[in-house]
Design a protein around this ligand. Structure first.
Ligand code: SF4
Length: 336
């Protein structure tokens, strides 16, 4: 089998923030993204999933250099993004685009669709005026709108139509790679599948590679190839999507999956309710940061961070349950 080309490689990426706290404004370090690594191959849809505040959106923004990484490397098609000067990054950016969660907030309300879609072509000095207009009209058709919408403003569209405009703006430069940050979570459920189908059609037509960020495993189940599960700034499990859904390993992944609505009346599953909320990344728990909420926690989990172990078929997990510590396993922490 031919080896697929790696388009994006993220190695030991860190994004820390200094936050002043208390009366004396002492600085504490918040590790929003803490030493994560993954690769995305050309044409793949790779998902980052986790609860709000787990660092998935910060990861997306850091990859696009919308915020500077604290450490680690981001290699896009052979270019080290973290080390790239502003001018070169600007050139590369037309190959890397973003679709945002809230299409209304991300579209300038004072600009017409014509201006919104022409702008990326103009900024990147692509084509003359007439060709730009042709491209804009053709892109509107592709995303299910029409020439008729050219001189309308964002407030004149429904949420789904606005997201179609947001997607058209991302695709018009014919990028290789798109980061979609919760692209359907602000939309009605009835519209979500239409937008997802549009993204899948565009992927085929333009050979796009996606990083799809979502808190909702049911959304990513049918449209992604692999999934990385994030918790408090770290990746706790990576697997092919089907493998993750049929054979989850990490207790946090199991809890997230137990909340996905069943799709078949014969399917049975027991909901795993996690105790408490996600802890603050400003003051993360020791050892495995999931241990205060984990129904399977061991004594060792309180003090030692787990290592990542491989389980074949590109499935990796960071959990002491898989770290060959048989002698520790009988001392599981009892959760009252
Ligand atoms: Fe639970 Fe321990 Fe695994 Fe963390 S390392 S997920 S606390 S069993």
């Amino acid at each position: 089998m031919m080896k697929q080309k790696v388009l994006l490689s993220v190695n030991n990426l860190k994004k820390y923030y200094d936050i002043p706290q208390g009366l004396f404004k002492e600085k504490i370090i918040v590790k929003a993204v803490d030493d994560i690594s993954f690769t995305i191959t050309k044409g793949e849809t790779f998902a980052l999933v986790g609860e709000s505040g787990c660092g998935k959106s910060t990861t997306g923004r850091t990859i696009l250099k919308l915020t500077e990484p604290t450490g680690g490397r981001i290699i896009f098609d052979g270019n080290d993004i973290a080390a790239l000067p502003y001018k070169k990054m600007r050139t590369l950016r037309n190959r890397m685009q973003m679709v945002f969660q809230d299409p209304y907030a991300s579209l300038n309300p004072k600009k017409t669709v014509r201006e919104i879609l022409t702008e990326p072509l103009r900024v990147h000095k692509k084509f003359d005026h007439d060709t730009r207009l042709k491209k804009v009209k053709s892109m509107l058709e592709i995303v299910g709108l029409s020439e008729y919408h050219l001189d309308r403003y964002p407030h004149e569209f429904s949420g789904g139509q606005r997201q179609r405009i947001g997607i058209a703006r991302a695709v018009i430069l014919q990028p290789d790679f798109i980061i979609a940050d919760e692209p359907v979570s602000a939309l009605d459920v009835s519209v979500q599948s239409q937008v997802i189908n549009l993204m899948l059609e565009l992927q085929k037509e333009f050979e796009l590679t996606y990083l799809f960020i979502s808190h909702d495993l049911s959304v990513i189940q049918h449209m992604t190839d692999r999934v990385a599960v994030m918790y408090l700034g770290k990746i706790v499990e990576i697997a092919k999507t089907e493998d993750l859904f049929t054979n989850p390993k990490h207790p946090y992944t199991k809890a997230l999956l137990s909340a996905v609505p069943i799709t078949h009346p014969k399917e049975k599953k027991e909901r795993i309710i996690l105790k408490g909320d996600v802890p603050s990344p400003a003051n993360p728990p020791s050892g495995c940061t999931f241990h205060p909420r984990c129904p399977a926690a061991l004594d060792i989990c309180k003090t030692q961070a787990p290592k990542t172990s491989e389980h074949g078929n590109s499935h990796s997990v960071s959990c002491h349950l898989y770290n060959k510590i048989e002698e520790e396993i009988p001392h599981a922490i009892s959760h009252s």
